[in-house]
Design a protein. Sequence first.
Length: 266
Amino acid sequence: MVRIMQIKDGVAKLTLVLLFVVGLLQVANAATQSNKSKKQQAVPTQKTALPTPEIPARTPSGSPIASIRATARASALAAAKAQADAEAAAQEQVQANIAIPFNRTMRLLQTYNLPPTQDGIHDPANEGINMLHVPLEAYADLPRNQAGNRVNWVAALGEKKIIPRWDIADAQAEGLVMDMNIIRTPRGSIPNVVFPHKQHTEWLACSNCHPAIFVPQKGANQINMRLILSGEKCGVCHGKVAFPPSECRLCHSQKKELSKNEMDVP
Ligand code: HEC
Ligand code: HEC
Ligand code: HEC
């Protein structure tokens, strides 16, 4: 026990010494940086230039000791800078690693449709878990697609392979299905977005979207891919309970019409 404490103590001391050295290096680097930035204000992009050149110029000529000292100092500073650059690069890598999961809707899951005991959603300790369908078995006869949980749910509903209840309490209740397409025309060459009310209102009551997610008026809502990928607008559902944003063509399904000018060209 005592020995472990001693080792721990030793490790702590070592860490402190290391931290101190790193701190010194950073101070040295900060000094060079501020020197540099005074000189290079007009050229702020020269991050990688080494801070050596001006130093020999300042030493009194004809003094070999001073010149050796200057060279030593310059190489120490250069080493400190290289170290700091390496640390900055490592820090950037850490940041990049943190950033990726933000885009999780774009990532195709390596494992999907796991049994309820392994899916990380249900409590494996709960006995009721054994009453749940195992997705791979339950989905076996349903039409397939490429993304999400690999089921084409629109086709499954269309082919009456599934008949979801509209109301949990009333088996006879029927929803209001509305067949109205809204066409959104993003700028550029990307095909237009056709939003089909029919495919949505077969599952969803109007109040799922209106007015909290979309004001019910064509063109009144600002929608773009940044919002969708961050889980807003269409991204409230797509990527979570409906096909993910990676399936561009399902939404961008209408070819752009050529403008009048383009058609007039002989
Ligand atoms: C899945 C989401 C969703 C559901 C559910 C939904 N809508 Fe919409 N609705 C939209 C979107 C998106 C728009 C287009 C908004 C835009 O262009 O800015 C829209 C537009 C509208 C418009 C405007 C049409 C126009 O020409 O200006 C009306 C009216 C409307 N919806 C009525 C309904 C009704 C009634 C229901 C239920 C039967 C319903 N919506 C269900 C998403 C939905
Ligand atoms: C409230 C949830 C919800 C919102 C918000 C929503 N959708 Fe959907 N969407 C669904 C569901 C559920 C389906 C059917 C299941 C599936 O296809 O994965 C669907 C299906 C679709 C389909 C039909 C695809 C096919 O195979 O025919 C299109 C196209 C579509 N959505 C586009 C959009 C667009 C564009 C928006 C935003 C303007 C949007 N959706 C917003 C839930 C939503
Ligand atoms: C769930 C439906 C949906 C999917 C899937 C989808 N988009 Fe979009 N996209 C939209 C909507 C809605 C807009 C906004 C259209 C507008 O300007 O009214 C949009 C806009 C855009 C724009 C115009 C710039 C912007 O951000 O507004 C580009 C480019 C674009 N999408 C590319 C893509 C690409 C590439 C994919 C596939 C990786 C994709 N989209 C998948 C619905 C979708």
